[in-house]
Design a protein around this ligand. Structure first.
Ligand SMILES: Nc1ncnc2c1ncn2[C@@H]1O[C@H](COP(=O)(O)OP(=O)(O)OP(=O)(O)O)[C@@H](O)[C@H]1O
Length: 245
């Protein structure tokens, strides 16, 4: 293995405009390295969700995003999106069941147009396993039967945990882009999500290597974060690491 803290993402002068041409934010330039939990903060409407969607190539933007030194287009956008996975805050508009959703995304992850360049040397990328996602769901307190329910029939907190269980169970993402992942959860469920994600990140066998995490909770930010980036109208700045109290 090469040295620790490999660079996974490089953002270079990302800016994003509204349809009227006014800028939502500009000059987002930072790297995401292995082991980072980069907490993204800012007022409501500052552009946090928009920035995550730009990183995932789900929004039109100016500037450049590189994943392991390559552009999303060079990798193939559907595959790139499984490696750098945006996890929405509200999945309620999805059609079908969580199981359907898992299978649809699995098919993107299996479709690897550039062959083995992204997988570990000599290894075939294994097909995602629904059982693994169901396992993760159990650790978040989700009953197995929920996988066959329509998204629209799940509670806000159930669907929020379900989307996370899918994202982790796919076992394809090296970087998760989490958009207020526990906003609808009670403290206990929220804690199980935090614990699961941070221990996954520390496990050497895990595919997951870094997280960009939007939260409005200072406390949660302090519990999970290793780096802190704030979006303000004046620009995007990284804050010095606040020492543990
Ligand atoms: N599709 C869109 N069309 C027009 N404006 C948009 C669109 N998406 C986002 N915006 C605007 O871009 C700005 C940033 O929105 P965004 O959702 O990224 O903010 P946020 O920081 O994530 O906010 P919150 O904390 O409330 O979730 C807002 O002014 C929003 O109204």
């Amino acid at each position: 293995m090469s040295a620790m803290s490999e660079t996974l993402l490089e953002l270079r002068e990302i800016s994003c405009a509204r349809s009227d041409g006014s800028l939502i934010f500009s000059d987002a330039t930072f790297d995401v390295k292995e082991g980072d939990v980069l907490v993204l903060r800012g007022k409501s409407g500052a552009g946090k969700s928009t920035l995550l969607k730009c990183i995932a190539h789900l929004n039109v933007y100016k500037g450049e995003v590189l994943y392991r030194g390559r552009t999303p287009k060079a990798i193939g956008v559907p595959l790139f999106r499984t490696r750098v996975l945006y996890v929405p805050q509200r999945p309620s508009l999805l059609p079908g069941t969580p199981k359907d959703f898992f299978n649809t995304i699995s098919s993107f992850s299996a479709r690897d147009p550039k062959g083995s360049r992204l997988s570990k040397k000599g290894e075939q990328t294994p097909a995602p396993d629904l059982n693994q996602a169901v396992e993760v769901g159990r650790s978040f307190g989700l009953d197995d039967e929920l996988w066959d329910r329509e998204w629209s029939s799940l509670s806000g907190g159930e669907s929020q945990r379900m989307v996370l269980a899918v994202a982790i169970g796919l076992d394809a993402a090296e970087v998760l882009l989490l958009d207020e992942p526990t906003s609808a959860l009670d403290p206990q469920s929220s804690n199980s999500v935090e614990t699961y994600l941070t221990s996954e990140l520390k496990s050497p066998d895990s595919t997951l290597k870094a997280i960009v995490w939007i939260t409005h909770s200072e406390e949660q930010g302090r519990r999970v974060g290793t780096r802190f980036v704030e979006i303000t109208p004046d620009g995007i700045r990284e804050e010095p690491n606040v020492p543990e109290v």
